[in-house]
Design a protein around this ligand. Structure first.
Ligand SMILES: [Zn+2]
Length: 274
């Protein structure tokens, strides 16, 4: 990060109420946006230009089920709803969103491991570990299925969303070369460039290169609050912990973003060791 550069002038955007609440049609999360035309899901990061009223009743009901299970931490129920969604529509986006959910489920199972319990804890830990591993494998399988479905889509039906989804799936699989290729394909197929800008931000942040900072600024300028998470993460990587925490906390007042919460916990942990 260039010296003196901070996100101080941009952070003021978060003082204003969001222009519109979009709903992710694949994982049910609300995507508050400062852009009146579209948003990006704070959970699975898929593009959305749908508000609740734009969704059909059946889809609204299923997303409502997923949302209430997730917000009350009922993972098995949420898993059943994701499976139901996949059996009714097995799209690359639904497969990808379900993979993001199973990754979270896996993290949750691992986090249940308890090494301070006085007795019998090894057995419980083994259960949590195998369950975490099972969820992790399921997430990976869903990502590959999403990519495979993208590749099977006839050329004339391939659109920006398809390449964007493929990019996200490869990024989650940590396959950088394939993710770069998907990003190049997205660039050629995305007339509006919104998904390209968001994907470029993820790409440059994951490479930690010098374009990370300007690409975050571009997505903030599009009115997408999720970009502040990437800004906070970048600040934390540069050990600007106070600014990073401030930014993540401010973002969380506007957007319920799991990654921002995780970042705050991570910073606290690092600071406790200092
Ligand atoms: Zn989503």
């Amino acid at each position: 990060m260039t010296d003196g550069m901070d996100f101080g002038s941009k952070i003021r955007l978060l003082d204003k109420p969001a222009n519109k609440m979009f709903r992710c049609g694949h994982c049910s999360h609300l995507a508050p946006s400062y852009n009146p035309n579209f948003g990006f899901c704070p959970f699975c990061e898929l593009y959305t230009d749908k508000a609740d009223d734009d969704l059909g009743r059946g889809q609204q009901a299923l997303l409502g089920e997923i949302y209430s299970s997730l917000s009350s931490g009922k993972f098995p129920e949420a898993a059943a709803s994701f499976d139901k969604m996949l059996s009714s529509q097995r799209s690359p986006q639904n497969l990808y969103a379900a993979a993001v959910f199973y990754t979270l489920y896996s993290d949750y199972e691992y986090s249940k491991r308890e090494y301070t319990a006085p007795r019998g804890f090894m057995e419980d830990n083994a259960i949590s570990t195998s369950s975490g591993l099972e969820m992790y494998s399921k997430a990976k399988l869903l990502l590959y299925q999403s990519i495979s479905l993208c590749d099977k889509t006839p050329k004339e039906q391939r659109d920006a969303l398809l390449y964007y989804t493929k990019f996200l799936a490869y990024t989650r699989l940590k396959k950088k070369l394939e993710a770069s290729r998907a990003l190049a394909e997205l660039l050629q197929n995305d007339n509006q460039r919104f998904m390209t800008e968001y994907a470029s931000m993820i790409h440059h942040c994951s490479m930690a290169d010098k374009l990370a900072e300007p690409s975050i600024a571009k997505v903030i300028d599009l009115g997408i609050p999720n970009a502040f998470y990437y800004a906070a993460n970048l600040l934390a990587e540069h050990r600007k912990f106070r600014e990073a925490k401030e930014l993540a906390a401010k973002l969380l007042q506007k957007v319920d973003m799991h990654y921002a919460k995780q970042l705050l916990v991570g910073i606290e942990r690092v600071q406790a060791r200092l």
